[in-house]
Design a protein around this ligand. Structure first.
Ligand code: ZN
Ligand code: ZN
Length: 167
């Protein structure tokens, strides 16, 4: 499809590579922010990225965080997810898993990731039927919370926003 090398690069390495090819200097602040952004599987806000980056380097500036975020989004390595949050949430998991979807709980706004291989098949059939080739998928299902309805509590409310991986 493309001429990119097949060796799997980490999202960080891909970010540094994009910065290099686009003439953006890899400063220590940008490096810290990028490492922190991809050092988690959790969705995060710009402000939480700033807080965590400053734990590593107190000189990290808010402006650099916002600029680096929008660079990483433009580079296709980060994406915004969710609905109705007061500030956008960024998802670091697309770089490694570009085909996952999200449930957004309309009761508590929590976001849960899912993978469904049948969807991949459906999507390629549907796009082909309409004369398209899939490039980027952004599947988000807004749903109400079964647990909240049954128990009055959304169990995800007390937990970090994280994909539930069955190990
Ligand atoms: Zn995700
Ligand atoms: Zn919920």
């Amino acid at each position: 499809m493309t001429s990119t090398p097949t060796a799997p690069l980490t999202p960080q390495a891909r970010a540094y590579e994009s910065m290099r090819t686009q003439g953006l200097r890899l400063t220590s602040q940008r490096k810290t922010i990028t490492e922190v952004a991809f050092g988690t599987r959790e969705h995060f806000t710009a402000e939480s990225l700033l807080t965590r980056s400053r734990r590593r380097d107190s000189k990290v500036s808010r402006a650099t965080v916002y600029r680096t975020l929008s660079f990483l989004v433009r580079a296709g390595l980060l994406r915004q997810v969710g609905i109705g949050q007061s500030s956008p949430l960024y998802d670091p998991n697309f770089a490694d898993h570009p085909r996952h979807g999200h449930f957004v709980c309309v009761d508590c706004q929590k976001i849960v990731e899912f993978h469904d291989h049948c969807l991949d098949v459906r999507e390629s059939i549907v796009t082909k039927d309409h004369g398209f080739s899939p490039k980027r998928v952004n599947l988000q299902i807004e749903a109400t919370c079964d647990a909240l309805r049954e128990n009055g509590v959304c169990p995800r409310n007390s937990r970090a926003v994280q994909p539930k991986s069955k190990k």
